[in-house]
Design a protein around this ligand. Structure first.
Ligand code: C5P
Length: 361
């Protein structure tokens, strides 16, 4: 993470409104290189793939079951910790400068802080819903349903950001969705599991449908706030994770407080659960970098590649059997990535309206 965050930090504004200058005072590099974008997309892809496989494994394996609400909270804390470390590095270790910048953007801009509560709370709901979804559905149903977030996010990007997609790119979005569904095996033809699930199907599916909308809306809203102002990515993240920690803690209180009081906050935390926290927090930070330098739709493409990879991992480690539909689906995913033209399209800024001003919130 260190190299990319250094690169990302060097590419962000210092949040002081001095557009055009990086925090170290040098001229700001215009845009990130294609190699850097590809690197971030690839890291996010691998992290998301391992996160999904591991999260599901830790939730379905026999033995002590940790409280997922506490994991969401600990992950928010970890993201806040990493973000503060990056900010500290950006300010060459000066705690005074970091606190000045944060004071100016948190206490000094209450409206901006309030706006960030929206994606943050919606993400907190989404993160809890995905845990419920994964605990109640088999991996294939989970992945197929969750992929509806690809067209959902594309549609919301067009509606909320005024972004326009060419016909070819719309085709790519649907080819991608179809490809992912095939990869995951509609009707269980492509992917058959050696083990069944004992969850509540309706609960799982409802939770996941909510997660799909939350993912699309929060992602696009975050992108709008990030790209519609001069505030740096890391300051935006501190604003967001402050709300995230608060809402995730409320989740613990509302859902697992009695259990936590009886057994402790970190009940059932094995090294693998800590790895889930690490992957979840790293994935979150990389998501924010990817959204800054590319966009939410491209993030969807990375996620699709993650599914192909996680299915391959499941074949290797969890006894998954795949058929011709997986091969066809994986080919469609790869074709869609090329059809869309990743990552050549520059979406680092919001589309400019006819009047010449970028869209603002
Ligand atoms: O499934 P989806 O890609 O929408 O999930 C995005 C994830 O990235 C969420 O878990 C969210 O908490 C995280 N995120 C983050 N920081 C951001 C934006 C998203 O941690 N700035």
């Amino acid at each position: 993470m260190a190299d990319s965050t250094k690169n990302a930090a060097a590419n962000t504004d210092n949040g002081s409104g001095e557009a055009g200058k990086a925090s170290d005072g040098t001229a700001k590099k215009e845009g990130a290189s294609v190699v850097f974008k590809l690197y971030c997309l690839a890291v996010l892809t691998v992290m998301a793939a391992s996160y999904t496989v591991l999260m599901r494994y830790t939730r379905t394996v026999e033995g002590v079951r940790y409280y997922s609400t506490t994991t969401v909270f600990v992950t928010e804390c970890a993201k806040m910790f990493f973000t503060l470390c990056i900010l500290l590095k950006e300010h060459k270790g000066s705690i005074r400068k970091v606190s000045q910048e944060l004071k100016g953007n948190i206490v000094g801009k209450p409206m901006e802080m309030l706006k960030m509560s929206v994606p943050s709370i919606v993400y907190a709901i989404q993160n809890n819903m995905t845990f419920i979804g994964l605990s109640n559905l088999d991996a294939a149903t989970y992945q197929v349903t969750y992929q509806m977030k690809i067209p959902c996010t594309a549609l919301l990007s067009v509606m909320m950001l005024g972004r326009s997609l060419s016909s070819m790119q719309w085709i790519a979005v649907f080819v991608l969705t179809g490809g992912v569904i095939l990869v995951q095996g509609i009707g269980g033809e492509a992917v058959s599991h050696t083990t069944g699930t004992e969850g509540n199907y309706v609960v799982g599916l409802t939770a996941l449908t909510i997660a799909v909308f939350c993912s699309g809306f929060a992602g696009v809203y975050f992108e709008k706030l990030l790209k519609g102002s001069d505030t740096s990515l890391w300051v935006r993240n501190v604003q967001m994770y402050s709300w995230g920690m608060l809402s995730a803690f409320l989740g613990v209180v509302m859902h697992d407080w009695q259990n936590v009081r009886e057994n402790g906050f970190l009940y059932g935390y094995t090294p693998l659960v800590w790895l889930v926290v690490l992957l979840g927090s790293g994935g979150g930070i990389y998501t924010s970098i990817v959204v800054k330098y590319t966009d939410n739709i491209m993030k969807g493409f990375a996620a699709a590649a993650a599914i192909v990879l996680s299915t391959i991992a499941s074949i290797m480690f969890m006894g998954l059997v795949v058929g011709w539909m997986f091969v066809m689906g994986a080919s469609l995913v790869i074709a869609a990535i090329f059809l869309y033209g990743l990552p050549k399209t520059n979406t680092e800024k919001l589309p400019v309206r006819k009047s010449g001003t970028a869209q603002n919130v």
